[in-house]
Design a protein around this ligand. Structure first.
Ligand code: SAH
Length: 253
């Protein structure tokens, strides 16, 4: 194995996995996703490692660096923000490696929507509130399939984590309300979750667009929508007193 796709986590350099950290420290070549990977992680690199910022590269250039390094028997780490499987554009890289007969592995990371829950100290899956988390985004340069437009997803009133969309907050709110969330649905925005400059803004669908505009939040933020942010819920059955330990142990939830 010579190429590893590694989830760097949401920002705090201690939120990379132990395995990811080891691979970064062993790599001869590191290609990292510029704006969102904390540069502090690069200080783990061994002396003499070649480091590339993929924000300044095209896909063929990234692949060329990988292919050349592998031909020279070098270890390559491709460092992606959060978890590589979420808006990470890794499929096209993996498929290109397959074409070159290069084996690779993927090491998961803490996605920003999970670091956001931690920052908010919230539980996305509250009993009798929502048991579903929808991870989605508004359409940007990348189109969103028709059946997945926010306005359709909103009908479920589930917990929603919306990536890549805070710069279009008015549209987010309009689609969510048109789709069936009431205007008093709680919303939280977490900017740069787990970074020292992390900021949290709370409101409702009626108020949040105003807050986002006033605070000038236009990037690196997660939008969380749903009554999981409120205070009404049912107690978990998992820890209910009437449940014996045997059931707890046997239970999957
Ligand atoms: N693979 C990444 C997502 C990359 S897409 C992951 O798993 O988190 C980039 C988007 O992720 C940003 O527009 C923003 O919506 C979100 N994001 C990334 N890092 C974030 C952070 N630290 N706090 C809040 N949102 C973040």
């Amino acid at each position: 194995m010579q190429v590893w796709f590694v989830g760097a986590g949401p920002g705090d350099p201690e939120l990379i996995t132990v395995k990811g950290q080891r691979l970064v420290s062993e790599a001869d070549v590191i290609i990292y996703a510029g704006s969102l990977v904390n540069p502090a992680l690069l200080s783990l690199a061994k002396q003499g490692a070649s480091i590339y910022n993929s924000a300044k590269m095209t896909l063929p250039e990234v692949i060329e660096v990988m292919v050349k390094a592998v031909a020279e028997q070098k270890k390559v780490v491709r460092l992606h923000t959060g978890d590589p499987s979420i808006y990470g554009a890794i499929k096209e890289q993996m498929d290109a490696l397959v074409k070159h007969n290069i084996a690779y592995e993927v090491i998961p990371g803490v996605s920003s929507f999970l670091a956001t829950a931690a920052a908010l100290k919230c539980e996305y899956t509250l009993p009798e509130v929502s048991q579903t988390v929808i991870v989605t985004r508004l359409e940007g340069r990348t189109p969103v399939p028709d059946k997945e437009k926010l306005v359709s997803l909103a009908a479920h009133n589930a917990t929603m984590c919306i990536f890549l969309s805070v710069h279009m907050m008015d549209t987010v709110v309009k689609e969510l309300v048109d789709g069936g969330y009431s205007p008093d649905t709680p919303v939280a925005i977490v900017q740069k979750a787990s970074w020292p400059e992390q900021k949290i803004f709370r409101g409702t669908l009626a108020t949040i667009a105003g807050t986002v505009a006033a605070e000038g939040i236009d990037r690196t933020a997660m939008i969380v929508v749903g009554h999981c942010l409120g205070s009404d819920y049912a107690l978990s059955r998992l820890y209910a007193p009437e449940f014996g330990h045997m059931y707890r142990d046997a239970s999957c939830d």
